[in-house]
Design a protein around this ligand. Structure first.
Ligand SMILES: [Fe+2]
Length: 390
């Protein structure tokens, strides 16, 4: 029996080594004036930044360039939008990690409308975005957020009243995603780990989500197999192992599709207030909490063998197991240990390194939603999961 489900459109996808060379032609198809977003360092250190800029210039495109150094705030987006509103931008291109892609996506959506992005952010503003936008091309240089596939841009304000909220509309799915694993060879190891753990979390949470459907299940499980095979290799040999970079790029791409169709779970529920209160990179928040949250999730479900989520967790546990022909509980136990092991091998920092303490834990738990997590954790378990990482 298959429950009714719906699957919305995807960007046009160019995937593979060298596809970055298609960017100038793809931009030209959409107009003359390009607003380019890049990150502050890695894309330039690798030489890809210069290559992309000279490729666009050689195609006689008019080029404006903005550098995004941090997760984008409403103030930053408003400043850039004010600068380019009315300047005739035909296409926005973002070459970078999740922050760069989210900034580009948000600016492409805000240039055609009036007011501040705050007015349109979910749970912050009152206005409904009409969906008008400037064409947007996403070109990831990390394998993590999957933002190249999604219809939302995540915007953060850090502080006492901080938040991490989305600007969202079906029309905000990028027109084109150019995913070239060669662009990821220069991604530093710590960023590879954090982004990779974000993709891992997104795949696992959408796989066991209460909103999952057969399409997202197929993609999520395939993505999780890529994670098992390539996450550690990308971390350890990321500057030379193109096979590992390709596998992780595919996993991240799938995670973007599955999260936007099946939703996310409690790890991302925690990541939202954590990112609002503290300067914690999103991938670090997810990577840090994956093991403690899923250990407690398995604990709460393991006496319910008919629950669809425990059946899926068992499938994933078998994908990650180093043995065969054991009892189901052995696989689940080994998976909990494997998550701790991966977190250690990837040297994912503790949340206390960014300022989380006992007092902060209460504040974070109060603002945390379970999203589409398949089972509730008790208040005590939630506190305990955070305490595990301070
Ligand atoms: Fe995420």
């Amino acid at each position: 029996m298959i429950d009714p489900f719906q699957f919305s459109s995807l960007p046009e996808i160019l995937f593979g080594e060298g596809v970055r060379n298609e960017l100038p032609a793809a931009a030209m198809k959409r107009g003359k004036r390009v607003l380019l977003f890049t990150g502050s360092s890695s894309v330039h250190n690798s030489g890809h930044g210069e290559e992309i800029i000279s490729g666009l210039k050689a195609a006689n495109l008019l080029l404006d360039h903005e550098i995004i150094a941090h997760e984008p705030s409403p103030t930053l987006i408003d400043r850039i939008v004010d600068q380019y509103r009315g300047s005739g931008v035909d296409v926005v291109v973002a070459v970078g990690g999740g922050s760069v892609m989210d900034a580009g996506k948000a600016v492409s959506a805000m240039i055609p409308v009036e007011g501040s992005i705050r007015d349109y952010l979910e749970g912050v503003g009152e206005k409904k975005h009409p969906g008008d936008k400037i064409p947007f091309i996403a070109m990831p240089t990390t394998s993590g957020t999957g933002s190249e596939m999604t219809k939302n841009a995540v915007i953060s304000e850090v502080g006492e009243q901080g938040f991490k909220k989305s600007l969202r509309h079906d029309n905000f799915i990028p027109e084109l995603a150019i995913i070239d694993p060669e662009m990821m060879l220069s991604c530093p190891a710590d960023l590879t780990a954090a982004a990779g753990m974000d993709a891992f979390t997104q795949l696992l949470e959408s796989y066991v989500s209460v909103e999952a459907n057969p399409m997202t299940d197929a993609l999520a499980l395939q993505g999780l197999k890529q994670i098992k095979k390539y996450l550690l290799r990308a971390y350890l040999e990321g500057d030379q192992n193109i096979e590992a970079r390709s596998g992780m790029a595919l996993a991240a791409m799938f995670s973007g599709i599955t999260l936007s169709h099946a939703g996310l779970g409690l790890v991302h529920g925690f990541a939202s207030p954590l990112g609002g209160f503290y300067h914690i990179p999103h991938g670090v928040a997810c990577g840090s909490l994956m093991a403690p949250v899923f250990a407690r999730t398995i604990d709460n479900l393991q006496d319910r063998p008919d629950h669809p989520a425990i059946q899926k967790l068992l499938i994933v546990s078998k994908v990650f197991a180093d043995f065969k022909y054991k009892k189901d509980l052995e696989y689940l136990k080994a998976f909990k240990e494997k998550l701790i092991h991966i977190t250690k091998l990837l040297e994912v920092p503790l949340l206390s390194a960014y300022g989380l303490n006992e007092e902060g834990i209460q504040k974070v738990v109060e603002r945390t939603s379970h999203k589409c997590h398949p089972v509730k954790l008790t208040q005590e378990q939630m506190v305990d999961a955070l305490r595990n990482r301070i």
